[in-house]
Design a protein around this ligand. Structure first.
Ligand SMILES: [Zn+2]
Length: 586
């Protein structure tokens, strides 16, 4: 039995067994207002409070500020804004504005320097792998344990709120779900009840032996191979094409949009591969369905309950189509509906539903897009007035290796680029000083030809300078204000002994390391600039967070973890007091 109103409304007659995935999860008629949850609500005595901590991957403050007010009043964002507090500018304090560092920062309240997640990936031969990949673990899917490595939180050095909760209350239910391993694992930490993500190599939803020996039975109908096939077979149609045309400033086929493995650049999009599947807004709904299924199966009033959801389609859509595309508007509109439906469904199962929502990082428009108005110093997020450039990590790694061979002779010298780091090989690191200087010159020489690149910093220099820089760097809340020095941001992004690469390469404003989902297309993030570091925060906690309040001044990112901790009972300060203590003046 499924408990989602749209399943009842569209897919099957109410009361009949529902299919694992609604056949039309991405193109539904609006759910009628009078439609109630079709499932059996949890009996009142079994309902306890539920805390939902959400991350929307790649949702910048500038997108939220302009688009949330344009969402329908019955949607999730409008409801959260009406019933909660909206911090317009939650500010990350580190330079490496990527998914892993950002998720870990939100859920630990620490910067990468302290939490140890300094990048998303590492170079591995001619490709890159997740830094959370752990060869000592195995992936577990609905059909059993795989002979493929899993992922773990072994690199995470700081405690997440979820880990603190499980330490205080070992019986607590902690469920974390995302499309990405880093989006599920870093919010959860080391001891969740369940952490689930989609492994595109296996084309399956998985957990890992790092977190237990089983795949949850409640996830199987939504997350087994058959369910993935059904979800992928549905073409991505716009929810409301005239609404997209009216709201987006571009055409459906705007310059700079990428064709991800046959997905095309105009609607409808048909996903033919696991990678293309990751871009579908339908995956956001699957994540919400999984979260709801976990609560339906395991929530109990006697246990604290923390549901951690990271919605990733926003990031993939940004990387492929850019944030101004019809696709990005449609994805946000559908996520809005998913959040609204999720809130309604959880209300049936809990005595109180508290929500904290933010993003791991922001983004910038594609170089092909017209400049924003206002721009530069007049723009609150300092988006530049001139377009930037893309630089491809794969091509950069190949070119740097070629430059190194030219300078030093044959040999493997550059292991690769996993942005923002250039990783040298052990042979290069062992070179005598003179030859190492020759290699350094070759690397800097190549980067000097790249329009996207700002600075190339030897991480030995960071090792030398960062202790002093961090000693005198601003702390919360002042570090959330404008004008944070680049070195403070870099030193908070990097840490000795983290296994980070040999050079940290920063980009110019508006430029970015290409996400390479479609090489030379789409947008990305990862820079130290305000548009990448500033994200929205929403907190809805009835009787606890002030309703209908908007905070314009910048707030330190650590507010997210402090609020999450408050909501699960680990921080006694009232939410308005937490926010006041972490607000900087512009
Ligand atoms: Zn991304």
């Amino acid at each position: 039995m499924r408990f989602w109103p749209w399943v009842c409304a569209v897919a099957v007659a109410c009361g009949e067994p529902a299919p694992a995935i609604s056949p039309k999860p991405t193109n539904l008629a609006p759910v009628p207002a009078e439609m109630k949850d079709s499932g059996v609500p949890t009996q009142p005595e079994k309902r306890g409070p539920i805390v939902v901590a959400i991350v929307v991957d790649q949702l910048s403050a500038w997108v939220a500020a302009s688009r949330w007010p344009q969402m329908p009043t019955e949607g999730g964002f409008a409801r959260l804004m009406r019933e909660g507090t909206w911090v317009k500018n939650l500010r990350h304090a580190h330079a490496v504005t990527d998914t892993g560092p950002g998720h870990a920062a939100l859920h630990t309240g620490k910067t990468p320097h302290e939490h140890g997640i300094y990048a998303n990936e590492l170079p591995a031969g001619d490709h890159r792998v997740s830094i959370l990949r752990d060869e000592s673990t195995r992936a577990i899917a609905a059909d059993g344990t795989k002979d493929a490595p899993g992922s773990s939180a072994s690199l995470l050095r700081a405690e997440t709120v979820a880990d603190r909760l499980r330490a205080a209350h070992p019986e607590a239910l902690v469920v974390s779900i995302s499309l990405k391993d880093r989006g599920a694992i870093l919010p959860a930490g080391k001891h969740p009840t369940w952490a689930l993500w989609y492994d595109s190599g296996l084309d399956q939803w998985v957990t890992s032996t790092a977190f237990g020996n089983a795949f949850p039975s409640w996830a199987q109908p939504i997350a087994d191979k058959h369910a993935i096939e059904i979800a992928r077979s549905v073409a991505w149609q716009p929810l409301d094409a005239p609404w997209l045309a009216a709201h987006s400033a571009t055409k459906d086929d705007a310059p700079g949009e990428g064709d991800l493995e046959g997905l095309g650049i105009t609607f409808p999009h048909v996903a033919k591969t696991p990678n293309a599947f990751r871009s579908l807004p339908a995956t956001d709904r699957i994540i919400a369905e999984l979260g709801h299924a976990a609560i339906a199966a395991e929530h109990d009033a006697s246990k604290p309950t923390l549901l951690l959801l990271s919605f990733s389609a926003c990031d993939v859509v940004g990387h492929v189509f850019g944030p101004d595309s019809w696709e990005a508007w449609d994805q946000l509109r559908k996520l809005d509906r998913v959040l609204g439906d999720l809130l309604k469904a959880l209300d049936q199962r809990a005595s109180k539903v508290s929500v904290v929502l933010a993003a791991d990082h922001g983004n910038i428009s594609m170089p092909e897009a017209p400049p924003p108005k206002p721009c530069g110093a007049d723009d609150p997020w300092e988006r530049p007035c001139v377009p930037g450039y893309r630089i491809g990590p794969k091509a950069a790694g190949d070119a740097l290796q070629a430059a190194a061979v030219k300078a030093l002779g044959p040999g493997a010298w550059v292991a690769g680029v996993a942005d923002p780091y250039v990783h040298l090989t052990p042979a290069a690191r062992a070179l005598p000083a003179g030859k190492r200087a020759t290699l350094d010159k070759a690397i800097r020489g190549w980067f000097a030809t790249q329009k996207a690149v700002d600075e190339v910093i030897d991480t030995k220099v960071l090792a030398e300078k960062c202790p002093k820089v961090l000693e005198s760097a601003r702390t919360a809340p002042e570090r959330a204000a404008k004008g944070e020095p680049l070195m403070s941001l870099l030193c908070r992004a990097w840490g000795p002994g983290t296994g980070a690469g040999d050079y940290y390469v920063t980009v110019k404003p508006g430029s970015f390391w290409d996400g390479e989902l479609v090489v030379g297309k789409g947008t990305s993030h990862g820079s130290p600039y305000l548009y990448d570091r500033t994200v929205p925060l929403l907190v809805r906690a009835p009787g606890d967070a002030e309703a209908g309040i908007v905070i314009e001044d910048p707030v330190d990112f650590s507010a997210y973890a402090a609020i999450e901790a408050h909501l699960v009972g680990l921080d006694q300060r009232p939410i308005p007091e937490i926010l006041r203590a972490l607000t900087a003046h512009r």
